[in-house]
Design a protein around this ligand. Structure first.
Ligand code: KIV
Length: 269
């Protein structure tokens, strides 16, 4: 139901809450899609989750293109959103449009970029040329050095009202969605009520139209690095380690494989 962006607008009007999750490859994207998750985000968090980087700043546009292509291949129903990585869009609207085109050609239906009112012209430029854009405000990880770490945003009245203005300005510029990360719930709810376009929250409380989480956090794959607002629905790290220990143990002991030769007739294509 969610392929078409207009359906997301309709869901907002009807008060139906939608889910997003990050995915970085075809296998995980297929699982999310089959589970009925409404949107799949190829986040630049790929650098941290898959690459083990300390932040998202090392991710290139080429990497984002590759991961977008292999995620889109696994998705039939969910909306496919891809991040414009650090350095690929800030210089000018033209630079941003060029990068957005590459992600759309790789399979994205909407691109996400970090930044508030300062990015309004860029959002307007890309949107006017036919590419839907999601604005990302609050804790924008690409600004980690400016923030001095991954810190909650919008804590003072002044900071909150700046974020409110950012959200309204982005929506007025043509953003089809606004994602809010690690900001106070009340503020996220107020912004959601003010905007006609859907809002997506992460660490922003229950008052947004949609929620997004990082796949590795939902599956409990990186428990030591998960932010406090994330929820693990599975102890994936333990389950996977146990499976791998069992496999290694069986190979060591000789209990796997059980047949002396590979049975070629049973190989999957
Ligand atoms: O890159 C990412 O995974 C994101 C989410 C945390 C929203 O932008």
């Amino acid at each position: 139901m969610s392929k078409n962006l207009n359906l997301w607008d309709k869901a907002k009007r009807e008060g139906r809450r939608l889910s997003f999750i990050t995915a970085y490859d075809c296998t995980f994207a297929k699982l999310a899609d089959a589970a009925g998750v409404d949107g799949v985000l190829i986040g630049d968090s790929v650098g941290m989750m898959v690459g083990g980087d300390p932040h998202t700043l090392f991710v290139s546009l080429e990497q984002m293109e590759y991961h977008t292509r292999i995620v889109a291949r696994g998705v039939s129903n969910a909306l496919v959103m891809a991040d414009l990585p650090f350095g690929s869009f800030e210089e000018s609207p033209e630079q941003a449009f060029g990068a957005a085109v590459r992600l759309v050609k790789a399979g994205a239906q909407i691109v996400k970029l970090e930044g508030g009112a300062a990015m309004a012209d860029t959002v307007a430029f890309i949107s006017a040329r036919g590419i839907p854009v999601c604005g990302h405000i609050g804790l924008t990880p690409q600004h980690v050095h400016q923030f001095g770490g991954f810190r909650r945003q919008g804590k003072t009245q002044e900071a909150a009202s700046k974020l409110f203005d950012d959200a309204v300005t982005l929506a007025d510029a043509g953003a089809r969605m606004v994602l809010m990360e690690a900001i106070p719930s009340d503020l996220a709810r107020e912004i959601t009520q003010r905007l006609a376009v859907p809002t997506i929250g992460i660490g922003a409380g229950p008052g947004t139209d949609a929620q997004v989480l990082v796949m590795h956090d939902v599956l409990g794959l990186n428990p030591d690095r998960a932010p406090s607002f994330a929820k693990a629905y599975l102890d994936g790290a333990t389950l996977m380690r146990e499976a791998l220990e069992q496999y290694a143990g069986e190979v060591r002991s000789g209990s796997f494989p059980t047949t002396p030769e590979a049975d070629l007739t049973k190989l999957k294509s």
